[in-house]
Ligand binder design. Structure first.
Ligand SMILES: [Zn+2]
Length: 351
């Protein structure tokens, strides 16, 4: 078991009080590559009155896990206002300092998360990435999946049995369920095989950017079998586009793969399903990084009101999920409000 140390802080301005219902564990990374910026260093930062407007319960590196706050605190860590992320989640920061072994830090984090799950009665399905609560790219390395530990590998470490048999990558006892026909948005999941799965895998691989089931493998893993690799690709795809990250390929994934890049309005004039998400980036500038990005005068994805050109942008006011995809509300210099995509390949937050 990873060494655990308590360095508890009794109060902080960065909390919504002490009524945390402890429904979730949220995993973060510090994004701080500085040598020496490990768990003890981050715990000290919090003890000394963190200059950032944020707080978290735990920090863990390749050697030690340090607890800063009792789990009863509802800490400002998720960027979702008074949503479940801030109010009812326990927050764990994985340190990514250059002199820490990232893989070992993730293993320690998994041990710590399992302990928290046990202590508080939280199920593996409620262990989530910070990204779940908004558009923030966190935990960055795990989310990108190219630093040695992917999110699905982390979920395996904590014993998430929501996928298939045992969750292990080598377990060969999966019994496959055959699915037929074409994939038209019906939900596909781990343990299924057949033509619809192949169509899903092909679309994921042909997406820009591609999300290969198994990059470098024969045909990049397009094999008609929805196993752990394909589930991981679906999760990465969902996370990238701000969809609900559940590893299942259903309507949301289908629509996103079929080019609803915020311009083609397949949902016509029907009313939009809008959920408030909230953002820490209010007041920052949102800038187009694609050559053109549509904006709208209401919360919809069809009939754009106008377009930003590359480098143009307005000020972020709020963040919503509209028909399953993240959408910023932005304000121009006249104070008028408009809506535009939060896709990271189309826009970026500046400042
Ligand atoms: Zn985070």
């Amino acid at each position: 078991m990873v060494q655990i140390k308590n360095q508890l802080i009794s109060s902080t301005p960065y909390s919504h009080g002490q009524n945390n219902q402890k429904l979730y564990v949220t995993v973060h990374e510090t994004d701080n590559n500085t040598r020496g910026a490990g768990a003890q260093n981050h715990a000290d930062l919090q003890s000394n009155g963190n200059a950032r407007d944020a707080a978290w319960h735990w920090q863990v590196d390749d050697k030690i896990a340090v607890k800063s706050f009792d789990h009863s605190f509802s800490l400002w860590a998720a960027g979702d206002g008074s949503g479940n992320g801030n109010m009812n989640s326990i927050h764990v920061e994985i340190c990514v300092n250059a002199d820490s072994n990232y893989k070992k830090a993730c293993e320690n984090a998994a041990e710590l998360v399992k302990k928290i799950m046990n202590d508080e009665g939280i199920s593996a399905s409620n262990v989530v990435q910070h990204n779940r609560w908004g558009g923030k790219h966190c935990p960055r390395k795990m989310h990108d999946g190219n630093a040695g530990v992917t999110w699905s590998q982390f979920k395996n470490m904590i014993g998430d049995a929501s996928g298939n048999t045992g969750g292990g990558s080598g377990g060969g006892s999966t019994s496959w369920t055959k699915v037929t026909g074409n994939w038209t948005g019906q939900t596909l999941g781990n343990g299924e095989y057949g033509e619809p799965v192949k169509q899903l895998q092909t679309k994921l691989s042909n997406n820009n950017p591609p999300f290969y089931p198994n990059k470098g493998a024969n045909n990049n893993g397009i094999d008609s079998y929805f196993g752990d690799n394909t589930e991981d690709a679906v999760r990465r795809f969902q996370s990238y586009y701000g969809l609900d990250v559940d590893g299942l390929a259903g309507t949301q994934v289908y629509n996103q793969l079929n080019g609803s890049n915020g311009s083609s309005g397949s949902s016509g004039g029907s009313s939009s399903d809008v959920k408030w998400v909230g953002t820490d980036d209010k007041g920052k500038r949102l800038e187009a990084i694609a050559s053109t990005v549509n904006y709208y005068d209401s919360q919809r994805w069809s009939n754009p009101t106008g377009q930003f050109h590359k480098g143009q942008g307005w000020i972020i006011d709020n963040l919503y999920r509209v028909n399953g995809s993240l959408q910023y509300r932005v304000q121009n210099s006249n104070g008028d409000l408009y809506y535009t995509t939060a896709r990271k390949d189309l826009v970026k937050v500046v400042g």
